[in-house]
Design a protein around this ligand. Structure first.
Ligand SMILES: Cc1cc2nc3c(=O)[nH]c(=O)nc-3n(C[C@H](O)[C@H](O)[C@H](O)COP(=O)(O)O)c2cc1C
Length: 372
């Protein structure tokens, strides 16, 4: 099913990449990675909203060097382009997250491993080797299980926590029609939770009695999570905690008040709430109230270098690539993920030269106009 990576035929445009990914996996798996919630209005508007904005490039700056590097939480990265956390990656490639984590290490980009990855926290850490990795945490209803996942991530060398707060449940019609849900079709979902020693000790008997699915569903997802829980969680880890799923400026301030070290302005790629604001439109007012006190990341709809420029000029410090890299995984495994990032890096680098921007700070200073 999975094509061999071929430098000459690897797709460059997002549309081509998406189509090639669709040709490489089953229709149900493709729907799972591509689709959005309900009418998919948010899925579409995430991308369309970028075309509302344009920036004014600068000329004759006498550029001698281009420095695309960015420093986040005291560490330097080659580009302000990181991985979005994506779970269940075995759906599109047998090596799943292990392939993506290996590509991240080669790219010198931190790999953000999802709680609902198709490999455990420790297996992904092994694949990432001496590369940097962050752990995306979903808080379960059982604080002891949540903290156990967190500790395992710390012990396995993850250096930041991305706490996703915008997931309670979804209404993805294509997945429901296809009956392609985490527990369907013999998949073994949530291996990090299932392998967790605290989960096993507290819920082992329930799993035997009622089965795994209802037991996991009794603690996950957790719509009860509150800002007070964030403050508690901050007390049990020394790692920076980046809160993902912020769209409202008051929530941004609440997150900071309760200890967030970074924010991801995101609507989960339109997979959770249909009808909500596109991430890029939520960014300017959030950047204004945050006022540079903590880093802001943006995801949902990043498809090319111009989107990244717009996000930086509207106040983001870095962006997360989501569907593009998972399509790369579907097309050509580790090499596909590597190539998708390498393409974005190179297009971004060339844009920097074209736009008279020597540094990321120069990009942030570009004037943005709203088109009618
Ligand atoms: C197939 C798929 C699975 C995802 N799984 C997770 C996840 O486990 N945790 C999480 O925080 N976000 C998850 N996301 C959301 C991404 O982190 C990111 O917010 C989204 O992909 C951005 O939208 P875009 O891919 O359209 O740019 C997932 C997204 C996709 C497409």
């Amino acid at each position: 099913m999975v094509q061999k990576f071929d430098e000459k035929t690897f797709p460059y445009s997002f549309e081509e990449l998406e189509k090639t990914a669709a040709d490489n996996v089953s229709p149900e798996a493709f729907d799972y990675i591509q689709s959005g919630s309900s009418t998919e209005q948010t899925l579409r508007s995430n991308v369309q909203a970028f075309s509302k904005y344009a920036f004014k490039p600068r000329v004759c700056v006498g550029a001698k060097t281009n420095d695309s590097g960015v420093t986040l939480f005291g560490r330097s990265y080659p580009y302000p382009i990181l991985f979005a956390p994506i779970g269940n990656q075995k759906v599109v490639h047998p090596e799943g997250e292990l392939a993506s984590a290996r590509a991240a290490t080669r790219l010198q980009v931190p790999y953000i491993a999802s709680t609902v990855s198709s490999h455990t926290i420790e297996e992904i850490a092994d694949a990432s080797g001496d590369g940097e990795r962050w752990f995306q945490l979903y808080a379960t209803k059982d604080q002891e299980v949540t903290y156990s996942l967190l500790k395992r991530a710390e012990n396995a060398g993850y250096t930041a926590i991305v706490l996703t707060v915008d997931m309670a449940s979804s209404w993805r019609i294509k997945d429901m029609s296809n009956r392609f849900l985490p527990f369907s079709r013999g998949q073994k979902p949530y291996p990090s939770i299932v392998s967790d020693p605290v989960f096993q000790e507290k819920y082992g008997a329930a799993v035997t009695e009622k089965g795994l699915e209802p037991t996991i569903r009794s603690i996950f997802p957790n719509p009860q999570f509150s800002w007070e829980d964030l403050a508690e969680l901050k007390k049990v880890t020394k790692l920076p905690v980046i809160v993902k799923g912020i769209l409202d400026e008051e929530d941004a301030l609440k997150a900071i008040e309760h200890g967030a070290d970074g924010l991801v302005v995101s609507n989960h790629g339109g997979r959770m709430i249909d009808g909500c604001i596109p991430s890029i439109e939520a960014l300017p007012s959030i950047a204004e109230v945050v006022n540079k006190c903590i880093p802001i990341f943006l995801d949902s709809g990043i498809r090319s270098a111009k989107d990244i420029f717009i996000a930086l000029a509207l106040g983001a410090d870095a962006v997360l690539l989501g569907r593009p890299f998972i399509y790369g995984l579907a097309v050509a495994g580790e090499e596909g993920v590597y190539k998708v990032f390498a393409n974005h890096f190179e297009e971004f680098r060339r844009m920097m030269v074209l736009c008279g921007t020597n540094t990321i700070e120069d990009i942030k200073k570009l004037k943005i106009v709203e088109l009618n």
